[in-house]
Design a protein around this ligand. Sequence first.
Ligand SMILES: *Cc1c(COP(=O)(O)O)cnc(C)c1O
Length: 463
Amino acid sequence: MGNRILYYSTNRNLDTIHGIVPFKGKVTFREALLQGQAPDEGLYMPDRIPRIPYEGIVSLKDKPYAEAALLVTRAFLGDEIDAVILRTIIEDSYPFTVPLQKVFDRKYIMRLDQGPTASFKDFAARMMARLMGHFRNKDTRLNVLVATSGDTGSAVGEAFKGIEGIDVNILYPRDEVSERQKKQLDTIGDNVRSLSIDGKFDDCQDLVKQAFSDPSLEYLNFTSANSINFGRILPQTVYYFYAYAQLCRKEESIVASVPSGNFGNALGCEYARRMGLPVQRLVMPTNENDEFPRFLKEGAYEKVSPSLACLSNAMNVGHPSNLARFFDLYGGSVDRTGKVHVYPDIETIRKNIYSVSISDKETKECIKKTYEQYGVILEPHGAVGWRGLEAYLEQYGDFPLCVSLETAHPAKFPNEIMELLDITPEVPDSMKGIDERKGKSLELPADYRIFKEYLTGNLKSGA
Ligand SMILES: *Cc1c(COP(=O)(O)O)cnc(C)c1O
């Protein structure tokens, strides 16, 4: 008990900032998971990072992915959850493989695209959903509200499907999602409902925010399941350990390249290093939204606003939400508007992290070249990761063991792949039959009064 890891807010020291009442306390993992965000709108951070001994890491060689997940998440959760229950949650979360595909020498692509929605977001969303199912107050229902512009919504929806005591409503902008995405969102079924909103993504987000802050709806126990929840960061530390254990020779270190948008995935690697994984360098390539590589180069942070629309569309972020956590880990502080209050130790960041902006042109060239030279098919996000790794190796010289993350399945980008490679990527089982699935969204205007009527008329609060 006494040794539990507790969670504090990244905004705890912002006393001088108008409009923020800093949260000075600490909460348990359970509270951080169910609240999502600290009361001062800061992000929860663990007050201690557990260490995994080197022998423990290498003992994961040839073991199933679930064993790596158990070792790593247990180090954080300790006695907050029973070991047998944690194992059940993990085995239920990961009924799919994590292929490590050799490109050349000992340079690998880790394919995080084998989950039900063929994106790496399945890893975090599935485990978080099951942890919420376990930790929720059993006297009431939990209602998850998500606003999505596409992929996050389906990963979250699929993850919560069938979880007892939790209902999910996903709001998406009617004219801003593709037919395939719409089909994916509308046909999850069971305890997951899709709402097609006659408006933009921002309208969806506004409706969700208004509902969250409406005191007359408190009885509905809303939660957001969004990407800043620490319950989504924790599962993202695991696959770095898994990859290293499968590929390492004794005592060597690894270079990991993580295509980055909101920096949640890369943050998993930063924590993995602090837990004892020998990471030589964390490579964090971005698309043309270059606020972070510019910051590393120039030392001053300036967000990109509005963000630029690039091919790797899940990374079109002008001010990454998890940057506040990176700053905090290196002694700095930045708020959610992008204003820096204390600059972090940039020399140490530069030692640990390399970042570079990859243009759409370079992304396309990389998809072509990697296929022609190695027969490896990448989609735009994975290509940003691989090209970023190449740029690092060009600048710093060769490094024996490298892994670059593929965060989505190429079959999700059939048009781009056809245009560049003149082939149709094979569709994974998880995506087969989507077009035949049945289900319908509820159509609503972007009007809070009507949305609220829907919520009070249809959502349940009791167990
Ligand atoms: C969300 C996403 C990313 C970016 O991950 P972050 O954790 O936001 O940095 C990269 N690729 C794909 C396919 C994604 O869906």
